[in-house]
Design a protein around this ligand. Structure first.
Ligand SMILES: Cc1ncc(COP(=O)(O)O)c(C=O)c1O
Length: 430
């Protein structure tokens, strides 16, 4: 399969070099330095359009798309969500602040979190339209705070006891042993507490894991959650969210990537079938994608500073790695890549690609066929838009990369590169 297909929709090879939205990546790297992240607007817009058209085709009642901010959030991305009338899922006070900076109105902010701090809850109560309650302790905290604030809607996060198939257990969340959500005994008590205290409970949610490509395990979880909805007995309009987590292809071996239409079809048909069988009114259906909206739009551009050939192992050593992309170190995520120029060359050796950080786990890619890459060359790693920068760090004093938003004819800086001054900003002298 063609590696270029992993790149954003606008990626092309022109004069043996990679371009995105008509921009020459070498020129962007010269202007903005490396490591450099770019987001291709067209790819993000197209992914939203795919979700919208699938929901229109398969779900006969109102549906909403919630962008999972944990995939990658900054002010510009928050603004972009509002161009498409999306909700934003914010985990805690920090992400809520970014959503507010992007002008997201209260009713479009939904707050998740497995152990929301008092500050998270206060911010959620002040600024969000919906809080997804993870546990009973949180519900009691909300109960004591709610009189002080205009109340957001409350949904209960169920623990379905059923996970989806992901490439690593660390990206599964629905199984019995997971830290997320409430088991049947707990959500029943939570629903009772809401009823007794007149709390505005009007939805249920579950999320089984992230980066899956077989939607069938959702079916049993949807049926379980609809049983819970019947038990709770929502009066009037109610909300149902089977979370997000739809996968993307990261490596050419995984092409073609999972189909958004198929994912939405499975969910919508199961919800309609389950509600009809139980005599429930159709809920407002919410889907919470992060990765499948942002991942393919993002590309990380690195400069190869040194090449080591030790026996039959070749290391391409780049200027970025686990500090901007910890996913390989965290759970063995696979990636692929292309050189930015000289794309006509034959792929003649298998390489490992690693960063400059003092950890043997600072690896981005293992065992990938590449041409003979020279020191000083640029490489582009596709599918870098989700769970990379949002999990980035300052390890070894790394300064987080600049981020560009690419449209035809416009390369707009949406996050400036961190500086050493930024690194020192929080430090105080003895
Ligand atoms: C509650 C919840 N919703 C949505 C998502 C988004 O998942 P993804 O980015 O894989 O679509 C996550 C991610 O783990 C999540 O925890």
């Amino acid at each position: 399969m063609n590696r270029l297909q992993l790149f954003p929709d606008t990626a092309q090879i022109e004069n043996d070099s990679l371009t995105i939205a008509g921009h020459d990546l070498t020129a962007l790297a010269e202007t903005h330095g490396t490591p450099l992240y770019i987001y291709d607007r067209a790819t993000m817009d197209n992914a939203v359009a795919g979700y919208k058209s699938a929901l229109r085709a398969h779900y006969p009642a109102r549906a909403e798309i919630t962008y999972a901010g944990k995939a990658f959030l900054c002010t510009a991305i928050a603004q972009w969500t509002q161009e498409h009338n999306l909700l934003i899922d914010c985990t805690g006070e920090g992400e809520i602040a970014i959503a507010l900076a992007g002008g997201v109105p209260r009713e479009r902010i939904l707050v998740h979190g497995v152990n929301k701090s008092p500050a998270d809850l206060k911010s959620a109560l002040q600024n969000a339209g919906t809080i997804v309650v993870d546990n009973l302790t949180e519900l009691h905290r909300i109960k004591s705070l709610i009189t002080n604030y205009q109340s957001p809607n409350l949904w209960l996060r169920l623990l379905p006891g059923l996970a989806v198939q992901t490439h690593h257990s660390h990206t599964q969340t629905g199984q019995h042993s997971s830290k997320f959500g409430m088991n049947a005994e707990e959500w029943m008590e939570a629903a009772w507490t809401c009823e007794q205290n007149n709390l505005p409970l009007n939805g249920i949610h579950f999320h089984q894991g992230s980066n899956f490509r077989d939607a069938s395990p959702l079916k049993d979880a949807i049926q379980l959650a609809l049983d819970a909805a019947r038990e709770i007995g929502f009066a009037g309009e109610w909300h149902f969210s089977p979370g997000g987590g739809w996968g993307v292809a990261y490596h050419e071996d995984e092409l073609p990537g999972p189909d958004i239409n198929e994912y939405v079809r499975v969910i919508a048909e199961e919800v309609v079938k389950g509600c009809t069988a139980r005599g429930l009114a159709l809920p407002i259906l919410h889907i919470e994608p992060g990765r499948s909206l942002a991942a393919r739009a993002g590309v990380a551009i690195y400069c190869v500073g040194a090449v080591k050939r030790h026996g039959n192992v070749t290391w391409l050593l780049t200027d970025g790695g686990m500090a901007d992309n910890p996913r390989h170190a965290l759970y063995g995520a696979r990636y692929s890549c292309l050189t930015v120029a000289g794309l006509g060359r034959e792929r003649s050796e298998s390489v490992n690609i690693a960063g400059p950080f003092c950890e043997s786990g600072d690896v981005i890619i293992e065992d990938l066929s590449m041409p003979k890459v020279e020191e000083g060359e640029l490489i582009a790693v596709p599918v870098s838009g989700a769970y990379q920068l949002s999990m980035s760090s300052n390890y070894n004093g790394a300064r987080r990369p600049a981020v560009l938003w690419l449209e035809e004819g416009r390369a707009h800086l949406i996050v400036r590169r961190e500086t050493t001054d930024d690194l020192l900003k929080r430090d105080l002298s003895l």
